[in-house]
Design a protein around this ligand. Structure first.
Ligand code: NDP
Ligand code: KPL
Length: 303
């Protein structure tokens, strides 16, 4: 079964290169014929690991190529997920599977609603990769990927291919818990690093602000029936702040580069969920409003 990987960005390239070099059939799906021509001119995808670069000549195509897509790894940003998945709708067979690599929450439901016949598998990853250049990606941080369909304990047989490709992973029926926990970590760290213009570690200087956000996020998680995701949130946030002290958060980097953020799927999603639960989260709401104003002042999208 061919792995179609939509998006030759950071995570998509990281997955595609590892699957390809493990001898598995992989095809990249690129945005346009121009991108496809540029990719072919580059001769393939380059993955940089431990300072060593390798070129992988993975076959590529655009969405409007003919041929069925049975297993799709959707490796775009959350705000692109629904349209990107929909562009492949005519090629998806009745039992097609889509693995959704997006951070945050909200985009997964959008894809599932748009493509009701597809089997959507949610993923949450702590791996780190960034694009050094077009079609050249650096594997920056070892991590782990959780995969799952909410409530389903039976893992698909093809997970063995991820093992074969050296992709650290586990299946979980509580994938929503994993996604909520990561969302909460992101909400407690990333917007503050933008507003204080600082690295993750500098948040040690604002312990009360971090603690107050974690208190509201914990109440939100509990009211959304996410007890496991709520347990020990503040301690975990403090651990991540220490472990990533020298780093700039992904949202900080997006804003610094003048790129669109995934705010609507992170803090925006949390605030909307609180409203839906009629839960009072004044600190989260205030931070969300400040962040939106900050993005607007820089001409960046608010969703
Ligand atoms: N990078 C990381 O370390 C991590 C990322 N994540 C999450 O993974 C998701 C993906 O992030 P990341 O890999 O960094 O994102 P990137 O921006 O690096 O890559 C996204 C890719 O998707 C492509 N794309 C978007 N729409 C389409 C489309 N319609 N057709 C074809 N290609 C399309 C983009 O193409 P183009 O280049 O043409 O714009 C781009 O190459 C995000 O939700 C992110 O939060 C989670 C953990 C770690
Ligand atoms: C390092 C961490 C956990 C900070 O929230 C992150 O995932 C990010 O920067 O997006």
């Amino acid at each position: 079964m061919t792995w179609h990987v939509l998006g030759a960005g950071s995570l998509g390239s990281l997955w595609a290169a590892r699957l390809f070099r493990a001898g598995l059939p992989v095809r990249l799906i690129l945005r346009s014929t121009e991108r496809l021509a540029a990719y072919r001119a580059a001769g393939g995808l380059s993955l940089v690991e431990n300072g060593q670069s390798h070129l992988y000549p993975i076959p590529a195509e655009t969405a409007d190529t003919s041929g069925p897509v049975q297993r799709l790894l959707l490796a775009c940003k959350a705000y692109d997920a629904e349209e990107a998945a929909a562009s492949l709708a005519p090629r998806l067979g009745p039992n097609a599977e889509i693995i959704l690599l997006q951070n945050g929450l909200g985009s997964q439901d959008a894809v599932a609603t748009r493509l009701p016949r597809a089997r959507c598998i949610l993923a949450s990853s702590t791996e780190g990769a960034f694009r050094e250049d077009a079609f050249r990606v650096v594997f920056a941080g070892q991590g782990h990927t959780w995969l799952g369909i909410p409530g389903q304990t039976q893992a698909p047989g093809w997970l063995a291919e991820l093992t074969q490709a050296g992709i650290s992973h586990d299946w979980t029926a509580d994938i929503l818990g994993k996604l909520w926990r990561k969302l909460a970590l992101n909400c407690a760290i990333n917007p503050l690093t933008v507003m204080h213009n600082c690295r993750n570690g500098d948040l040690r200087d604002w312990p009360h602000e971090v603690a107050a956000l974690c208190e509201e996020l914990t109440r939100l998680l509990l009211s959304c029936a996410q007890k496991d995701a709520a347990d020990g949130l503040l301690t975990d946030v403090q651990r991540v702040i220490e472990a990533t002290a020298a780093n700039y958060s992904s949202m900080y980097q997006d804003v610094a580069r003048g790129q669109r953020t995934e705010i609507a799927y992170l803090l925006g999603y949390a605030c909307a969920a609180a409203r839906q639960q009629q839960l009072n989260v004044p600190r989260l709401d205030a931070l969300h409003a400040q962040l939106l104003a900050h993005l607007a002042a820089r001409g960046l999208p608010l969703v």
